[in-house]
Write a protein that binds this ligand. Structure first.
Ligand SMILES: Cc1ncc(COP(=O)(O)O)c(C=O)c1O
Length: 416
């Protein structure tokens, strides 16, 4: 199955709007001498912050690194508690395992797959330091209720917005709805680099300054020139004299986004809204098919939000139907992926005492109900048509071979 080619593939590398990026690549090749020291990174960070509506954006090499640095910024101490979601990519939760903290997984809302505010309230204790949430698939979490709870208990909220570039919640962008946020620009995300990239957004000046320090490298022992080159003797030796301004003072990482990647990121921001628009249009067509079959439901975003459709998700009534749907679509050449295995059941978290039954809604969704369909702007119009037809045919097959009649449109039903 791995090397099979699909009529409708899950995703393609990158979502470049070729013209703009090609021009940037040409410009970069003519300007390569200035690449390490140029000003493109700062320009991209300013544009990104503006797009999201935050005061600062700090660019790094990936979403994983963005999460690692954001979690480091929280200065978590032994005994602190952090609440997070089980329904996410492992990179969301993984940085917490570098700290001696107690992680509590909060169950999710079955309709959105985001943290359920009702379940959250019961998990907050006087030791709760932070909440790390995700906007699953680009569907905004219910931030008003979540932030009100967090403020009441003095809990810092970190949004993982890896899926949420282009989403809206009450007219604002995820990434500006809490204290701190991270983004991923890896291939197949809503804004994608030819490779990888990540950003951290926040409003606090002191946090932005610290994050800029955390992302830069001190490259260890310096070398100094000790004399003219002589045959067989290297003119360089490690420097072990007193430290001066600018010399090594702290261990660091080397996580700064390369200039070339930032330049491409800037070009891609221009095409962001068109790409998100294509995702939404396809999602609307898929919704329309689903509304005709009673045993399958699309993910529903909060009424006052706009979904960014990094992932298109739907739910079957029960496991047998879900599995049959996956097989029927796969047989028709539609590549299906199921995202994500509940994090608390991964070996690294089971090892710390987390068990099946801890988040029953997340477990039922993954094991019995949810399916993700391909939904990205690099599908051609004929691939999109094929996907819509294949979905209809597959559901009809599950419906005893009877295609459901065309009913009221999904939009008319108020679904997003
Ligand atoms: C929800 C979520 N968070 C974080 C990441 C990590 O981002 P990156 O792949 O850029 O390291 C991903 C990656 O797919 C993700 O889906």
């Amino acid at each position: 199955m791995l090397d099979r080619s699909y009529v409708v593939p899950w995703g393609k590398r990158g979502s470049m709007s070729a013209g703009a990026e090609a021009a940037v690549l040409t410009e970069l090749t003519h300007d390569s001498t200035r690449l390490p020291t140029g000003s493109r990174r700062e320009g991209f960070e300013r544009s990104f912050a503006e797009t999201v509506g935050s005061r600062h954006a700090i660019s790094v090499t990936s979403g994983t690194v963005a999460l690692q640095l954001a979690v480091r910024l929280l200065d978590l101490a032994p005994g602190d508690e952090v609440i997070t979601t089980p329904q996410t990519h492992r990179a969301t939760v993984q940085p917490l395992s570098d700290h001696d903290v107690h992680v509590r997984f909060c169950d999710i809302d079955p309709a959105t797959l985001n943290i359920d505010p009702a379940a959250l309230e019961g998990l907050i204790t006087p030791r709760t330091k932070a909440l790390l949430l995700v906007h699953y698939g680009g569907c905004p979490a219910e931030m008003d209720t979540i932030m009100a709870l967090a403020r009441r208990h003095g809990v810092v909220v970190l949004e993982d917005c890896a899926h949420a570039l282009g989403a809206r919640y009450r007219g604002r962008s995820p990434g500006s709805l809490a204290d701190l946020a991270t983004f991923s620009l890896r291939n197949a995300k809503n804004g994608t680099m030819p490779g990888e990239g990540g950003l951290i957004t926040c409003d606090r000046d002191d946090w932005a300054e610290r994050l800029r320090l955390l992302r830069t490298a001190d490259r260890g022992t310096r070398t100094v020139r000790t004399g003219p080159a002589r045959p067989g003797v290297l003119p360089w030796t490690p420097y072990d004299g007193p430290l001066h301004r600018g010399s090594v003072r702290r261990p660091g990482s080397d996580a700064t986004m390369p200039e070339a990647v930032a330049a491409l990121g800037q070009a891609q921001l221009t095409g962001l809204w068109a790409a998100v628009g294509r995702r939404r249009a396809l999602a609307g067509r898929l919704d329309e098919v689903l509304t005709r079959y009673p045993f399958i439901t699309p993910q529903s975003a909060p009424a006052h939000s706009e979904h960014a459709y990094h992932l298109y998700t739907c739910f079957a009534e029960r496991q047998e139907l879900r599995d049959l749907l996956v097989l029927a679509l796969d047989r028709r050449g539609v590549e299906i992926q199921l995202r994500y295995f509940p994090q608390h059941l991964l070996p690294q978290w089971r090892h710390r005492g987390h068990l099946r039954g801890e988040c029953p809604v997340a477990e039922r969704s993954w094991f019995d109900r949810h399916v993700n369909l391909p939904c990205h702007p690099l599908l051609t119009p004929s691939q999109e048509d094929y996907l819509v037809e294949a979905l209809d045919e597959s559901l009809a097959e599950l419906n005893g071979g009877t295609p459901a009649p065309l009913a009221v449109s999904a939009t008319a039903c108020g679904r997003k």
